[in-house]
Design a protein around this ligand. Structure first.
Ligand SMILES: [Zn+2]
Ligand SMILES: [Zn+2]
Ligand SMILES: [Zn+2]
Length: 476
Protein backbone atom coordinates (compact mmCIF):
# COMPACT_ATOMS: atom_id res chain seq x y z
CA UNK A 1 0.00 0.00 0.00
CA UNK A 2 1.34 3.41 -0.90
CA UNK A 3 2.32 5.69 1.94
CA UNK A 4 -0.44 8.10 2.75
CA UNK A 5 0.56 11.50 1.42
CA UNK A 6 -1.42 13.43 3.98
CA UNK A 7 -0.14 11.46 6.89
CA UNK A 8 3.37 11.80 5.50
CA UNK A 9 2.99 15.53 5.00
CA UNK A 10 1.52 15.96 8.44
CA UNK A 11 4.04 13.86 10.32
CA UNK A 12 6.68 16.56 10.15
CA UNK A 13 4.37 19.07 11.72
CA UNK A 14 3.06 16.55 14.20
CA UNK A 15 6.48 15.47 15.44
CA UNK A 16 7.31 19.00 16.42
CA UNK A 17 3.93 19.18 18.01
CA UNK A 18 4.11 15.96 20.00
CA UNK A 19 7.63 15.84 21.41
CA UNK A 20 7.08 17.85 24.52
CA UNK A 21 4.43 19.71 22.62
CA UNK A 22 2.59 20.85 25.70
CA UNK A 23 5.66 22.29 27.34
CA UNK A 24 7.01 23.85 24.19
CA UNK A 25 3.78 25.40 23.14
CA UNK A 26 2.82 26.60 26.59
CA UNK A 27 6.17 28.16 27.32
CA UNK A 28 6.14 29.80 23.92
CA UNK A 29 2.68 31.17 24.45
CA UNK A 30 3.57 32.49 27.83
CA UNK A 31 6.76 34.20 26.89
CA UNK A 32 6.62 35.11 23.29
CA UNK A 33 4.03 37.44 21.81
CA UNK A 34 5.94 37.21 18.55
CA UNK A 35 5.04 33.56 18.46
CA UNK A 36 1.45 34.31 19.31
CA UNK A 37 1.42 37.03 16.72
CA UNK A 38 2.58 34.53 14.11
CA UNK A 39 -0.07 32.07 15.22
CA UNK A 40 -2.66 34.76 14.95
CA UNK A 41 -1.45 35.68 11.50
CA UNK A 42 -1.61 32.05 10.39
CA UNK A 43 -5.02 31.70 11.89
CA UNK A 44 -6.14 34.80 10.01
CA UNK A 45 -4.74 33.39 6.77
CA UNK A 46 -6.54 30.10 7.32
CA UNK A 47 -9.77 31.90 8.17
CA UNK A 48 -9.53 34.01 5.06
CA UNK A 49 -8.91 30.92 3.00
CA UNK A 50 -11.89 29.25 4.64
CA UNK A 51 -14.07 32.21 3.80
CA UNK A 52 -12.94 32.29 0.17
CA UNK A 53 -13.41 28.57 -0.25
CA UNK A 54 -16.81 28.70 1.43
CA UNK A 55 -17.89 31.20 -1.22
CA UNK A 56 -17.19 28.60 -3.89
CA UNK A 57 -19.76 26.25 -2.38
CA UNK A 58 -22.71 25.48 -4.62
CA UNK A 59 -26.15 25.35 -3.03
CA UNK A 60 -25.94 21.61 -2.84
CA UNK A 61 -22.50 21.65 -1.22
CA UNK A 62 -23.64 24.30 1.24
CA UNK A 63 -26.35 21.90 2.29
CA UNK A 64 -23.76 19.14 2.56
CA UNK A 65 -21.74 21.36 4.90
CA UNK A 66 -24.79 22.02 7.10
CA UNK A 67 -25.62 18.33 7.23
CA UNK A 68 -22.04 17.36 7.96
CA UNK A 69 -21.82 19.83 10.85
CA UNK A 70 -25.18 18.71 12.20
CA UNK A 71 -24.06 15.07 12.12
CA UNK A 72 -21.14 15.75 14.47
CA UNK A 73 -22.75 18.46 16.57
CA UNK A 74 -22.88 16.42 19.76
CA UNK A 75 -19.64 14.57 19.30
CA UNK A 76 -17.06 14.74 22.06
CA UNK A 77 -13.47 15.25 21.08
CA UNK A 78 -10.56 13.78 23.06
CA UNK A 79 -8.80 16.14 25.41
CA UNK A 80 -5.49 14.55 26.39
CA UNK A 81 -2.49 15.16 24.17
CA UNK A 82 -1.91 11.47 23.35
CA UNK A 83 -5.55 10.80 22.57
CA UNK A 84 -5.78 13.87 20.40
CA UNK A 85 -2.77 12.86 18.39
CA UNK A 86 -4.10 9.33 17.90
CA UNK A 87 -7.54 10.64 16.96
CA UNK A 88 -6.06 13.14 14.55
CA UNK A 89 -4.01 10.49 12.72
CA UNK A 90 -7.03 8.17 12.54
CA UNK A 91 -9.20 10.86 11.00
CA UNK A 92 -6.51 11.81 8.50
CA UNK A 93 -6.06 8.20 7.32
CA UNK A 94 -9.81 7.62 7.20
CA UNK A 95 -10.36 10.83 5.24
CA UNK A 96 -7.74 9.91 2.72
CA UNK A 97 -9.03 6.36 2.32
CA UNK A 98 -12.50 7.79 1.70
CA UNK A 99 -11.69 10.32 -0.97
CA UNK A 100 -9.55 7.89 -2.93
CA UNK A 101 -12.70 5.78 -3.31
CA UNK A 102 -14.36 8.52 -5.33
CA UNK A 103 -16.55 11.64 -5.21
CA UNK A 104 -19.51 9.84 -3.60
CA UNK A 105 -17.38 9.72 -0.42
CA UNK A 106 -16.17 13.34 -0.49
CA UNK A 107 -18.62 14.54 2.16
CA UNK A 108 -17.58 11.78 4.57
CA UNK A 109 -13.92 12.49 3.83
CA UNK A 110 -14.46 16.19 4.57
CA UNK A 111 -15.97 15.33 7.95
CA UNK A 112 -12.85 13.35 8.85
CA UNK A 113 -10.54 16.18 7.83
CA UNK A 114 -12.62 18.67 9.72
CA UNK A 115 -12.54 16.53 12.87
CA UNK A 116 -8.76 16.26 12.60
CA UNK A 117 -8.63 20.07 12.43
CA UNK A 118 -10.73 20.37 15.57
CA UNK A 119 -8.19 18.53 17.70
CA UNK A 120 -5.01 19.55 15.96
CA UNK A 121 -3.02 22.06 18.05
CA UNK A 122 -2.06 24.25 15.11
CA UNK A 123 -5.07 24.04 12.78
CA UNK A 124 -3.81 26.78 10.48
CA UNK A 125 -0.76 24.69 9.58
CA UNK A 126 -2.94 21.70 8.87
CA UNK A 127 -5.12 23.80 6.57
CA UNK A 128 -2.03 24.59 4.50
CA UNK A 129 -1.20 20.88 4.33
CA UNK A 130 -4.75 20.10 3.19
CA UNK A 131 -4.60 22.72 0.52
CA UNK A 132 -1.68 20.95 -1.08
CA UNK A 133 -2.78 17.36 -0.60
CA UNK A 134 -6.54 16.83 -0.80
CA UNK A 135 -8.86 17.17 -3.83
CA UNK A 136 -10.15 20.71 -4.20
CA UNK A 137 -13.82 19.66 -3.86
CA UNK A 138 -13.07 18.08 -0.49
CA UNK A 139 -10.95 21.05 0.53
CA UNK A 140 -13.81 23.43 -0.27
CA UNK A 141 -16.16 21.37 1.89
CA UNK A 142 -13.73 21.31 4.84
CA UNK A 143 -13.22 25.06 4.53
CA UNK A 144 -16.96 25.55 4.36
CA UNK A 145 -17.28 23.76 7.69
CA UNK A 146 -14.46 25.79 9.21
CA UNK A 147 -15.92 29.04 7.95
CA UNK A 148 -19.28 28.19 9.58
CA UNK A 149 -17.41 27.53 12.79
CA UNK A 150 -15.70 30.91 12.80
CA UNK A 151 -18.95 32.61 11.94
CA UNK A 152 -20.81 30.96 14.80
CA UNK A 153 -18.08 31.98 17.26
CA UNK A 154 -18.66 35.56 16.11
CA UNK A 155 -22.41 35.29 16.39
CA UNK A 156 -22.35 33.45 19.67
CA UNK A 157 -20.50 36.22 21.47
CA UNK A 158 -23.51 38.24 22.55
CA UNK A 159 -25.41 35.12 23.57
CA UNK A 160 -22.82 34.26 26.23
CA UNK A 161 -21.79 37.82 27.08
CA UNK A 162 -22.69 39.43 29.45
CA UNK A 163 -23.07 36.51 31.89
CA UNK A 164 -26.73 35.80 32.64
CA UNK A 165 -26.49 36.61 36.36
CA UNK A 166 -25.73 40.25 35.55
CA UNK A 167 -29.38 40.82 34.55
CA UNK A 168 -28.51 42.64 31.34
CA UNK A 169 -27.96 41.82 27.70
CA UNK A 170 -26.53 43.64 24.71
CA UNK A 171 -29.13 44.69 22.17
CA UNK A 172 -29.13 46.53 18.85
CA UNK A 173 -30.71 49.97 19.02
CA UNK A 174 -31.51 52.42 16.23
CA UNK A 175 -29.20 55.41 15.99
CA UNK A 176 -30.64 57.59 13.26
CA UNK A 177 -30.15 57.37 9.50
CA UNK A 178 -27.26 58.29 7.21
CA UNK A 179 -27.53 60.98 4.52
CA UNK A 180 -28.49 58.34 1.95
CA UNK A 181 -31.21 56.89 4.15
CA UNK A 182 -29.34 53.88 5.58
CA UNK A 183 -30.42 52.91 9.07
CA UNK A 184 -27.65 53.14 11.66
CA UNK A 185 -27.66 50.93 14.74
CA UNK A 186 -25.64 50.93 17.91
CA UNK A 187 -25.39 48.49 20.78
CA UNK A 188 -26.91 49.17 24.17
CA UNK A 189 -27.60 47.36 27.43
CA UNK A 190 -31.13 46.25 28.28
CA UNK A 191 -32.32 44.67 31.51
CA UNK A 192 -33.61 41.10 31.45
CA UNK A 193 -35.97 41.69 34.38
CA UNK A 194 -37.74 44.56 36.16
CA UNK A 195 -36.09 46.71 38.83
CA UNK A 196 -37.44 49.30 41.21
CA UNK A 197 -35.79 52.60 41.98
CA UNK A 198 -32.85 52.13 44.35
CA UNK A 199 -32.19 48.50 43.45
CA UNK A 200 -28.74 47.39 42.33
CA UNK A 201 -28.78 45.84 38.84
CA UNK A 202 -25.25 44.45 38.58
CA UNK A 203 -21.69 44.98 39.76
CA UNK A 204 -18.40 44.47 37.98
CA UNK A 205 -14.70 45.05 38.46
CA UNK A 206 -12.62 46.61 35.68
CA UNK A 207 -10.40 44.79 33.21
CA UNK A 208 -7.79 47.41 34.00
CA UNK A 209 -7.71 50.58 36.02
CA UNK A 210 -5.25 53.23 37.09
CA UNK A 211 -4.99 55.59 39.98
CA UNK A 212 -4.77 59.35 39.62
CA UNK A 213 -0.94 59.59 39.86
CA UNK A 214 -0.84 62.08 42.76
CA UNK A 215 -2.72 59.57 44.94
CA UNK A 216 -0.13 56.83 44.54
CA UNK A 217 0.97 55.86 48.03
CA UNK A 218 -2.24 56.85 49.78
CA UNK A 219 -4.65 54.74 47.69
CA UNK A 220 -4.32 51.08 46.69
CA UNK A 221 -2.48 50.67 43.38
CA UNK A 222 -4.72 47.70 42.50
CA UNK A 223 -8.27 48.33 43.73
CA UNK A 224 -7.96 52.11 44.26
CA UNK A 225 -9.23 51.93 47.83
CA UNK A 226 -8.08 54.62 50.25
CA UNK A 227 -5.35 53.18 52.44
CA UNK A 228 -5.78 52.91 56.16
CA UNK A 229 -2.14 53.32 57.09
CA UNK A 230 -1.89 50.45 59.61
CA UNK A 231 -2.96 47.91 57.03
CA UNK A 232 -0.94 49.21 54.08
CA UNK A 233 1.05 46.57 52.21
CA UNK A 234 3.91 48.15 50.27
CA UNK A 235 5.39 46.63 47.12
CA UNK A 236 8.44 44.61 48.11
CA UNK A 237 10.48 45.90 45.15
CA UNK A 238 9.62 49.60 44.88
CA UNK A 239 8.60 52.48 47.11
CA UNK A 240 6.21 54.02 44.54
CA UNK A 241 3.08 51.96 45.11
CA UNK A 242 1.12 50.65 48.07
CA UNK A 243 -1.67 48.10 48.36
CA UNK A 244 -4.60 47.92 50.75
CA UNK A 245 -4.15 44.20 51.36
CA UNK A 246 -1.96 41.22 50.60
CA UNK A 247 -4.63 40.00 48.15
CA UNK A 248 -4.41 43.20 46.13
CA UNK A 249 -0.64 43.03 46.17
CA UNK A 250 -0.63 39.43 44.92
CA UNK A 251 -3.21 40.10 42.23
CA UNK A 252 -1.37 43.19 41.00
CA UNK A 253 2.01 41.51 40.83
CA UNK A 254 0.60 38.52 38.97
CA UNK A 255 -1.40 40.57 36.52
CA UNK A 256 0.96 43.43 35.71
CA UNK A 257 3.07 44.92 38.47
CA UNK A 258 5.86 42.35 38.42
CA UNK A 259 6.67 43.69 34.96
CA UNK A 260 5.74 47.35 35.38
CA UNK A 261 7.35 47.87 38.82
CA UNK A 262 10.11 50.51 38.79
CA UNK A 263 12.11 48.33 41.21
CA UNK A 264 13.41 51.67 42.52
CA UNK A 265 15.64 52.05 39.52
CA UNK A 266 17.66 55.26 39.80
CA UNK A 267 17.71 56.11 36.13
CA UNK A 268 14.61 58.04 35.04
CA UNK A 269 15.11 56.89 31.44
CA UNK A 270 15.45 53.21 32.33
CA UNK A 271 12.88 50.75 30.93
CA UNK A 272 11.59 50.22 34.49
CA UNK A 273 11.15 53.86 35.25
CA UNK A 274 10.36 55.76 32.05
CA UNK A 275 6.65 54.91 31.95
CA UNK A 276 6.23 55.71 35.63
CA UNK A 277 7.95 59.08 35.23
CA UNK A 278 5.86 59.93 32.20
CA UNK A 279 2.58 59.08 33.95
CA UNK A 280 3.55 61.06 37.03
CA UNK A 281 4.53 64.20 35.15
CA UNK A 282 1.89 64.27 32.40
CA UNK A 283 -0.95 62.64 34.38
CA UNK A 284 -1.88 60.95 31.13
CA UNK A 285 -2.89 57.44 32.12
CA UNK A 286 -3.39 56.01 28.64
CA UNK A 287 0.04 54.42 28.10
CA UNK A 288 0.11 52.99 31.62
CA UNK A 289 -3.33 51.45 31.20
CA UNK A 290 -2.46 49.97 27.84
CA UNK A 291 0.77 48.58 29.27
CA UNK A 292 -1.24 46.96 32.06
CA UNK A 293 -3.71 45.62 29.54
CA UNK A 294 -1.03 44.02 27.37
CA UNK A 295 0.80 42.49 30.31
CA UNK A 296 -2.49 41.19 31.66
CA UNK A 297 -3.24 39.60 28.28
CA UNK A 298 -0.03 37.62 28.40
CA UNK A 299 -0.86 36.58 31.96
CA UNK A 300 -4.40 35.57 30.98
CA UNK A 301 -3.16 33.40 28.13
CA UNK A 302 -0.69 31.66 30.39
CA UNK A 303 -3.49 30.88 32.86
CA UNK A 304 -5.36 29.09 30.08
CA UNK A 305 -8.63 29.39 31.97
CA UNK A 306 -10.62 27.74 29.22
CA UNK A 307 -12.77 30.85 28.82
CA UNK A 308 -14.20 31.02 25.34
CA UNK A 309 -13.38 34.69 24.86
CA UNK A 310 -10.39 36.50 26.32
CA UNK A 311 -10.07 40.17 27.27
CA UNK A 312 -8.83 40.94 23.78
CA UNK A 313 -12.02 39.50 22.27
CA UNK A 314 -13.97 41.76 24.62
CA UNK A 315 -11.89 44.83 23.88
CA UNK A 316 -12.06 44.24 20.12
CA UNK A 317 -15.83 44.67 20.11
CA UNK A 318 -15.95 47.96 21.95
CA UNK A 319 -16.84 51.20 20.31
CA UNK A 320 -13.92 53.54 19.79
CA UNK A 321 -13.07 57.14 19.18
CA UNK A 322 -11.21 57.90 15.99
CA UNK A 323 -8.05 59.76 16.88
CA UNK A 324 -5.82 61.45 14.33
CA UNK A 325 -2.19 60.42 14.89
CA UNK A 326 -0.02 63.03 16.57
CA UNK A 327 3.37 63.38 18.24
CA UNK A 328 1.75 62.46 21.53
CA UNK A 329 0.87 58.98 20.30
CA UNK A 330 4.35 58.54 18.87
CA UNK A 331 5.76 59.27 22.31
CA UNK A 332 3.28 56.97 24.04
CA UNK A 333 4.02 54.07 21.69
CA UNK A 334 7.72 54.53 22.24
CA UNK A 335 7.21 54.43 26.01
CA UNK A 336 5.22 51.22 25.83
CA UNK A 337 7.87 49.58 23.71
CA UNK A 338 10.61 50.62 26.12
CA UNK A 339 8.66 49.59 29.21
CA UNK A 340 7.57 46.18 27.90
CA UNK A 341 10.27 45.35 25.38
CA UNK A 342 12.60 43.38 27.61
CA UNK A 343 9.76 41.36 29.12
CA UNK A 344 7.49 40.84 26.17
CA UNK A 345 9.61 40.09 23.14
CA UNK A 346 7.86 40.98 19.90
CA UNK A 347 6.04 43.95 21.38
CA UNK A 348 7.82 46.24 18.89
CA UNK A 349 6.11 44.58 15.95
CA UNK A 350 2.86 44.23 17.81
CA UNK A 351 2.45 47.93 18.56
CA UNK A 352 1.88 49.45 15.16
CA UNK A 353 0.57 53.02 14.90
CA UNK A 354 -2.74 51.72 13.60
CA UNK A 355 -3.21 49.24 16.42
CA UNK A 356 -2.11 51.75 19.02
CA UNK A 357 -4.56 54.42 17.90
CA UNK A 358 -7.36 51.89 17.90
CA UNK A 359 -6.55 50.67 21.42
CA UNK A 360 -6.24 54.23 22.67
CA UNK A 361 -9.50 55.18 20.95
CA UNK A 362 -11.23 52.27 22.69
CA UNK A 363 -9.94 53.40 26.07
CA UNK A 364 -10.94 57.02 25.57
CA UNK A 365 -14.42 56.12 24.49
CA UNK A 366 -15.14 53.64 27.26
CA UNK A 367 -13.26 54.68 30.39
CA UNK A 368 -15.19 55.48 33.54
CA UNK A 369 -14.07 57.82 36.27
CA UNK A 370 -13.78 55.91 39.54
CA UNK A 371 -14.60 57.57 42.87
CA UNK A 372 -13.28 55.75 45.90
CA UNK A 373 -12.35 58.51 48.30
CA UNK A 374 -13.86 58.15 51.75
CA UNK A 375 -13.93 61.92 52.02
CA UNK A 376 -16.38 63.33 49.49
CA UNK A 377 -15.11 66.87 49.99
CA UNK A 378 -11.60 65.88 49.15
CA UNK A 379 -10.43 67.94 46.21
CA UNK A 380 -8.59 65.92 43.65
CA UNK A 381 -7.52 67.60 40.47
CA UNK A 382 -9.49 65.94 37.70
CA UNK A 383 -7.51 63.69 35.46
CA UNK A 384 -6.94 65.33 32.12
CA UNK A 385 -8.19 62.29 30.22
CA UNK A 386 -11.71 61.98 29.05
CA UNK A 387 -13.74 59.61 31.09
CA UNK A 388 -17.40 58.96 31.62
CA UNK A 389 -18.40 60.57 34.88
CA UNK A 390 -21.00 62.92 36.25
CA UNK A 391 -18.39 64.01 38.82
CA UNK A 392 -20.59 64.06 41.88
CA UNK A 393 -17.63 62.82 43.91
CA UNK A 394 -13.86 63.28 43.59
CA UNK A 395 -12.44 61.05 40.86
CA UNK A 396 -9.58 58.90 42.12
CA UNK A 397 -8.86 56.92 38.97
CA UNK A 398 -10.01 55.50 35.63
CA UNK A 399 -11.21 52.05 34.67
CA UNK A 400 -12.23 50.03 31.63
CA UNK A 401 -15.28 47.88 32.37
CA UNK A 402 -16.41 45.07 30.08
CA UNK A 403 -20.18 45.26 30.47
CA UNK A 404 -20.61 48.90 31.43
CA UNK A 405 -18.81 50.00 28.27
CA UNK A 406 -22.08 49.21 26.51
CA UNK A 407 -24.10 51.65 28.61
CA UNK A 408 -25.37 54.55 26.53
CA UNK A 409 -25.40 58.15 27.68
CA UNK A 410 -28.53 60.06 28.55
CA UNK A 411 -28.83 63.52 30.10
CA UNK A 412 -31.66 62.02 32.16
CA UNK A 413 -30.30 58.55 32.90
CA UNK A 414 -32.34 55.81 34.56
CA UNK A 415 -29.35 54.50 36.53
CA UNK A 416 -26.44 55.81 38.50
CA UNK A 417 -23.01 54.43 39.21
CA UNK A 418 -21.90 53.81 42.76
CA UNK A 419 -18.66 52.52 44.20
CA UNK A 420 -20.26 51.13 47.33
CA UNK A 421 -17.18 49.39 48.72
CA UNK A 422 -15.00 52.44 48.06
CA UNK A 423 -12.91 50.42 45.65
CA UNK A 424 -12.91 49.82 41.88
CA UNK A 425 -16.02 47.64 41.91
CA UNK A 426 -18.72 49.53 40.04
CA UNK A 427 -22.41 48.97 40.75
CA UNK A 428 -25.25 50.09 38.54
CA UNK A 429 -28.25 51.21 40.57
CA UNK A 430 -31.71 52.00 39.17
CA UNK A 431 -32.78 55.59 39.82
CA UNK A 432 -36.35 54.92 38.79
CA UNK A 433 -38.51 51.89 38.12
CA UNK A 434 -37.29 49.97 35.10
CA UNK A 435 -39.24 47.36 33.11
CA UNK A 436 -37.74 44.17 31.69
CA UNK A 437 -36.41 44.97 28.20
CA UNK A 438 -35.78 48.66 28.95
CA UNK A 439 -32.45 50.10 27.95
CA UNK A 440 -30.15 51.34 30.70
CA UNK A 441 -28.53 54.77 30.49
CA UNK A 442 -25.85 56.57 32.48
CA UNK A 443 -24.53 60.11 32.36
CA UNK A 444 -21.20 60.37 30.52
CA UNK A 445 -20.70 64.00 31.45
CA UNK A 446 -21.20 66.29 34.40
CA UNK A 447 -24.46 67.70 33.25
CA UNK A 448 -25.62 69.73 36.28
CA UNK A 449 -26.52 73.18 35.07
CA UNK A 450 -25.32 72.86 31.50
CA UNK A 451 -27.59 74.14 28.75
CA UNK A 452 -28.62 71.79 25.94
CA UNK A 453 -26.15 73.56 23.65
CA UNK A 454 -23.30 73.06 26.11
CA UNK A 455 -24.16 69.41 26.65
CA UNK A 456 -24.35 68.80 22.93
CA UNK A 457 -20.99 70.39 22.36
CA UNK A 458 -19.30 68.44 25.14
CA UNK A 459 -20.84 65.13 24.09
CA UNK A 460 -19.89 65.68 20.52
CA UNK A 461 -16.32 66.75 21.26
CA UNK A 462 -15.69 63.88 23.64
CA UNK A 463 -17.73 61.07 22.14
CA UNK A 464 -18.92 62.20 18.68
CA UNK A 465 -22.32 61.68 20.20
CA UNK A 466 -25.54 63.33 19.23
CA UNK A 467 -27.71 62.86 22.27
CA UNK A 468 -31.24 61.73 21.53
CA UNK A 469 -32.44 61.64 25.12
CA UNK A 470 -35.89 63.14 25.93
CA UNK A 471 -34.29 66.21 27.47
CA UNK A 472 -32.25 67.02 24.36
CA UNK A 473 -35.13 66.23 22.00
CA UNK A 474 -37.70 68.38 23.77
CA UNK A 475 -35.53 71.46 24.25
CA UNK A 476 -34.84 71.81 20.55
ZN1 LIG B 1 -6.68 47.11 47.21
ZN1 LIG C 1 6.66 47.81 42.77
ZN1 LIG D 1 -29.33 64.44 26.13
Amino acid sequence: MKTSTIVAATVGVLTVATIGYAIYFDAKRRNDPEFRRKLKKERKRAQKLALEEAKKLSNRSAQTVEEALASIKDEDFPTSMEEREKFCMEQLSAGEALFTRGPQNYAQAAICFYKALKVYPAPAELVMVYQKTIPSEVFTLVMGMLSKDVQSKQEKYYTVFPPEDMNVKVDEKPEGVTADGQKVTRRGLVVTKAFTAGQAIYSEVPVINSLEPSLEGSFCHYCLKEIVQESAVPCSKCSQVVFCSQDCKDAASQEFHNILCTKNSEDADSPERSLYEYTKTTRNLVPEMLAKFLVKMVHEESMNSGAEYNSFDHMERLRYLEIPPSDEEEKEMELLKVALGSNIPGIDEFITAERYLLMKGRLLYNLYGISTSLDTDRTIKYLPERQRSIRDAPITGSGLYRVSSYLMHSCEPNTKIVFSDHDHKLTIVATRDIQAGDELFVGYIKNGKLSTEQRRLELFTKYRLQCMCPLCETTD
